[in-house]
Design a protein around this ligand. Sequence first.
Ligand SMILES: Nc1nc2c(ncn2[C@@H]2O[C@H](COP(=O)(O)OP(=O)(O)OP(=O)(O)O)[C@@H](O)[C@H]2O)c(=O)[nH]1
Ligand SMILES: [Mg+2]
Length: 321
Amino acid sequence: MGNPAGASDDRQSRDGLLGRFKAAVSSTRRHLVARMEEVLQGRKTIDPELLEEIEEILVGADVGINTTTVVLDRVRDRVERNRIDDVGKLKSCIRSELLDILQAGSTREEDPASSGLQVLLVVGVNGVGKTTTAGKLAGLWVREGRKVLVCAADTFRAAAVEQLEAWGKRAGAQVIRQQAGSDPAAVLFDAIHAAKARQADILIVDTAGRLHTKNNLMAELEKMKRIAAREVPGAPQQILLVVDATTGQNGVVQAREFTRSTGVSGIVLTKLDGTAKGGVVIGIARDLGIPIRYVGVGERIEDLVPFSAEHFIASLFDGET
Ligand SMILES: Nc1nc2c(ncn2[C@@H]2O[C@H](COP(=O)(O)OP(=O)(O)OP(=O)(O)O)[C@@H](O)[C@H]2O)c(=O)[nH]1
Ligand SMILES: [Mg+2]
């Protein structure tokens, strides 16, 4: 955005993103598409048994039972309506239904606008990758030329602040902190004032891990939201829920509960690399109707990529196994 990229740079970065998606979903691809190809191979007719086998494969790759049922219903319908009897066409039919579902459930919103202070809360249960994501996001936006501040609102876990400070250094963004045990809302208040004084564009707020069932922790989150709204009209403009892809369907359940108890504007799905449960992306998009904004594809600062339904499906279906 801040980078005046020419057409070839654009192409390069697109190829780069697609390549990184492909690498990240290679395990899921083996588990899902490669198995589907195995089942399709040597079959001459599309019969109910074949469709059942496909159904099992989708469920096995954590697409989720509800979403799989919808996909298969639509595929059956299309097979009947268009009198598809060529097994080869079945794969592209499944591919396009998966893409449809993903696009319908996960339309991309704009990134934070560049005028006025944007406050972004990073929330989720313990250990899903919130701090890492906060650091990666800071790196991403600093690279785009934005002025980014990071707020250490996880005052609960020992060493959380130091971990975030290490990320701040890597990203080139200052971290606003107080001592351990401080009220997270007070740290946020300070950070907002620092961000205003320094005319920052974005304030990324790393929060402590919490379960939606812990009322006191959810109340703490509400307090942070109130403070943000009082200090900056319209803030927090974004609440990103971080979900760990390796937890598969449990992650979907968690995300559903979390979105019920607090407003969530977008999902970051982490640890997509090295999990065969990447089908969870499709289930989340359909189940929650909240856009997947980014996916984590590794532990390095640059291992966060903007989510694209087309890239995801192309990586699954076109990548090498
Ligand atoms: N492979 C991989 N590892 C990741 C990714 N994102 C985070 N991690 C790792 O997940 C672990 C937990 O990450 P944190 O960022 O500390 O998670 P957190 O949600 O802040 O944890 P708490 O603050 O304790 O709730 C770390 O070892 C990270 O390196 C990712 O996209 N891919
Ligand atoms: Mg953390």
